[in-house]
Design a protein around this ligand. Structure first.
Ligand SMILES: Cc1cc2nc3c(=O)[nH]c(=O)nc-3n(C[C@H](O)[C@H](O)[C@H](O)COP(=O)(O)OP(=O)(O)OC[C@H]3O[C@@H](n4cnc5c(N)ncnc54)[C@H](O)[C@@H]3O)c2cc1C
Length: 392
């Protein structure tokens, strides 16, 4: 087992970091993760990444990619993440839905969407969750009626995070409800123009002031050509993609900025005449962050290694997801304790340490243990799919 990188991959990492040193700012990263949206500078930055040869290296040549190993995208995701926890600016298309289009989409769909995803031009909103269907996704009731040459879609989604700035909605809806079959069997996937007539997007603001959305469909017409793969197979496509999505989205590198910021802070701050950096309790807390991050990195590397070698993954990406999302909470909790009462101030106060980053991370840290599947569901997957325990 070798988690190392080739000489060419290391050259790419070096060239990428030189580019990021020059062009990546904290403001771009903030537009990228705060507000759970992508601001204009982050969008521009996405295009620049493409123009400078950093996007699309592993994607097939026939759709504008470089035909290389997926490792290049892992390097891209890691190096961006080390800079203020940034993501690929147009993230959902690049790290999630694009891969399902490649696997399951028609030739026409691939030609229409993949080159634009690679060029950093378009983004998707994930449309899975409904008020009565979150963990139990198979219970979704949004209805897509087959009308011959189009589908007529009605219903409501909730927590659809990117919809207010996305160009397309990656929508799961019910195309069949047959009581004699398991309910997850009647679900299909669609690509819908996010601004299509009949779609109403309403904001939901989280406690860390980030925006996600309710999305209502009222007689929205979606052409047949926008059905992804086969009708009624949507749930399988979602499940098929989940391991690789976890490997691309739940990335330990994004938590290193917390350690870096805390090291800077404790070196620059004194308490009762002594530098915080010399306090054994402070040192132990920061050391613990590093220990757990190294473990998380090994778990992530292992899951990615399985994916790269096309070996079966049962629980490995799920273990990484649960570990990283819960680790984020432990890390920011310790960071808050080191910062003391000032740590609770947001960035608007002149007394706020570290530009309010830790306060923001603290409030944000609840989301990763819920979004993309809760920790409880994650543990069910590990127990049942990974360890062979029976369903409850
Ligand atoms: C900020 C944010 C952004 C999100 N963005 C998106 C998005 O872009 N697109 C999208 O489609 N969804 C999104 N989600 C939705 C997210 O995927 C769901 O919230 C999540 O899957 C949980 O579903 P639920 O909220 O319906 O909770 P429920 O499924 O009702 O769960 C409630 C509680 O019960 C527990 N529980 C449920 N079933 C079981 C079980 N079988 N065993 C043990 N415990 C169980 C859960 O773990 C949880 O603690 C987002 C959520 C948040 C908070």
């Amino acid at each position: 087992m070798n988690f190392g990188y080739t000489e060419e991959e290391e050259k790419y990492r070096k060239r990428l970091n030189e580019f990021l040193d020059e062009h990546m700012t904290e403001e771009i990263a903030r537009q990228n993760w705060e507000d759970l949206g992508v601001g204009p500078e982050a969008r521009e930055f996405s295009k620049k990444l493409y123009e400078n040869g950093f996007l699309g290296l592993p994607w097939p040549k026939e759709y504008g990619g470089g035909g290389l190993s997926p490792t290049y995208d892992f390097i891209l995701i890691d190096e961006l993440g080390k800079r203020w926890g940034a993501h690929v600016p147009l993230d959902v298309g690049y790290t999630m839905t694009g891969h399902t289009i490649l696997r399951r989409g028609s030739e026409e769909m691939k030609k229409e969407f993949i080159p634009r995803i690679i060029r950093g031009e378009i983004e998707f909103g994930l449309g899975y969750t409904e008020p009565n269907a979150g963990s139990d996704l198979g219970a979704m009731m949004m209805k897509a009626e087959d009308m011959g040459d189009y589908f007529l879609i009605n219903g409501q989604k909730t927590f659809n995070t990117e919809s207010h700035y996305a160009d397309y909605h990656w929508l799961a809806a019910r195309t069949e409800l047959d009581p004699s079959k398991p309910k997850y069997k009647g679900i299909s996937l669609f690509i819908v123009d996010q601004r299509a007539e009949g779609i109403d997007i309403r904001p939901m603001i989280t406690m860390s002031d980030e925006r996600t959305n309710e999305v209502y469909y009222d007689d929205v017409k979606v052409p047949k050509s926008r059905l992804v793969g086969e009708k009624n197979k949507g749930f399988y496509y979602i499940m098929e993609a989940i391991d690789s999505e976890r490997n691309h989205v739940f990335v330990p590198a994004r938590l290193w900025p917390i350690v870096d910021e805390m090291i800077t802070y404790v070196k620059e701050t004194s308490f009762q005449g002594k530098p915080l950096a010399a306090d054994p309790d402070v040192q132990a807390k920061i050391a613990q962050m590093a220990i757990e991050l190294e473990v998380a990195q090994m778990l992530a590397d292992n899951a990615r290694w399985l994916e790269l070698n096309e070996l079966p993954m049962t629980m490995e990406p799920e273990i990484t997801k649960v570990m990283i999302s819960e680790l984020e909470q432990r890390m920011v909790d310790d960071a808050m304790q080191i910062l003391g009462l000032y740590g609770q101030l947001d960035e608007k106060s002149k007394w706020t340490p570290l530009r309010g980053r830790i306060e923001w991370f603290y409030l944000h840290s609840f989301m990763p243990t819920i979004g993309a599947g809760t920790s409880e569901i994650g543990r069910n997957v590990i127990a049942q799919r990974g360890l062979g325990l029976p369903r409850g």
